[in-house]
Design a protein around this ligand. Structure first.
Ligand SMILES: N[C@@H](CCC[C@H](N)C(=O)O)C(=O)O
Length: 363
């Protein structure tokens, strides 16, 4: 089986090697050009990835073929998707509006997310019909195939994806049912997406963490041992679990760029004190309104941004007396604006979401 793949974007330069017409298996109403990098199955050493075949459309092709028509086409065994990113946290968005059954299995999601043998992404997101009275339902698989309850950057991409599918312009708001309950993204006039992320969950057993509560039912600046090092942590759920640290015991001022996340991240993620595993945010405080974080995500590893993580860390910073309620959080992929509003106890996140490319994969 041959594999055709294109690395291209509306914003980035194409890095493909040649130009060719689409494979015969694609029936298109208008001709389009593909910049194609061809691989054969024999050049793929790992047999488990040989069944995956990927094609991506250039931005020129997006102009000649209706986006909705592209995503609506159904051929057996072929998935049409749009890749989006929110500050470099990237997702394969699937139009699943005709069914509550995800079109991709967790195993297929892991293959699609693979950065060497697949499309490459931090997760696969499904736009599904509404439930519990909402406009839509969002489900997501992490790049390891596990299913988290929520994804902050993902829900901003979700809002843009829905607007794109429906050809909506300007300010738009949707109600979205997620594993974390009701989430309300609103596309702003400037294209940024502001999301009502709901209330943070602080009760230790609901985060969940087995760290004994030390402030009411919550865990705030508690000491835990991770691989023989003592860290101070605060635990917050934004529907999904987060462990936030501002430093080791006796060393409160983290310089996050110096951390080797690949070493310490997995030790937090799989720590016995986190029965559902955990996302971990390592935070540096610049001022009471400006923080910087790096993240090790449950089921995805080090990512360029984590929206729920940025929300959770501002809650943690306020609980630890380190910040105001409105903060800018710098992530490796760029900044997010976060507010934990006193009036309704909800957390609000504002940031970008962008299309990377349209593509098809044979599953
Ligand atoms: N990157 C996401 C979070 C995705 C889910 C996470 N890996 C988990 O397992 O909880 C975000 O932007 O919030």
């Amino acid at each position: 089986m041959s594999i055709a793949a294109t690395i291209t974007s509306t914003n980035l330069r194409s890095v493909s090697t040649s130009t060719t017409t689409p494979p015969s298996s694609y029936t298109l109403t208008t001709p389009f050009k593909l910049n194609t990098l061809k691989l054969t199955s024999s050049s793929i050493p790992n047999p488990k990835f040989r069944s995956l075949s990927v094609t991506a459309m250039t931005s020129a092709s997006q102009q000649t073929l209706s986006k909705t028509a592209f995503l609506d086409r159904t051929e057996s065994g072929t998935l049409h998707f749009v890749k989006y990113h929110g500050l470099g946290n990237d997702f394969i968005m699937v139009n699943n509006l005709d069914s509550m059954e995800p079109k991709v299995t967790p195993e297929q999601a892991a293959k699609l997310c693979d950065r060497n043998f697949g499309v490459g992404a931090d997760g696969v997101i499904f736009a599904m019909p509404g439930s519990n009275g909402t406009d839509y339902t969002m489900r997501i698989f992490n790049s390891d195939g596990s299913e988290p309850e929520m994804c902050g950057n993902g829900v901003r991409c979700f809002a843009k994806f829905i607007a794109d599918l429906n050809n909506l312009q300007g300010k738009q708001s949707f109600t979205v049912h997620t594993g974390a309950g009701l989430i309300i993204p609103e596309i702003q006039e400037d294209g940024q997406v502001k999301v009502d992320m709901g209330e943070p969950v602080l009760k230790a057993s609901d985060v969940p963490t087995k760290i004994p509560p030390n402030k009411g039912e919550s865990v705030v600046k508690a000491k835990i041992e991770v691989d023989g090092v003592s860290w101070n942590v605060t635990c917050v759920s934004m529907g999904n679990p987060h462990c936030i640290t501002f430093g080791r015991e006796g060393d409160e001022n983290l310089v996050v760029d110096e951390l080797n996340l690949a070493d310490i991240g997995p030790a937090f993620e799989h720590h016995v004190l986190f029965p559902a595993r955990t996302n971990t945010e390592f935070v540096q405080v610049f001022s009471r309104t400006h923080l910087k974080m790096r993240v090790w995500e449950r089921g995805a590893g080090a990512t360029l941004a984590c929206g729920t993580g940025a929300c959770a860390l501002v809650v943690a910073a306020i609980l630890e007396g380190r910040s105001e309620r409105n903060c800018t959080v710098d992530l490796p992929g760029g900044p997010l604006e976060i507010e934990w509003r006193e009036a309704d106890n909800h957390v609000y996140m504002t940031g970008p979401a962008e299309v990377v490319f349209y593509g098809s994969a044979h599953l």
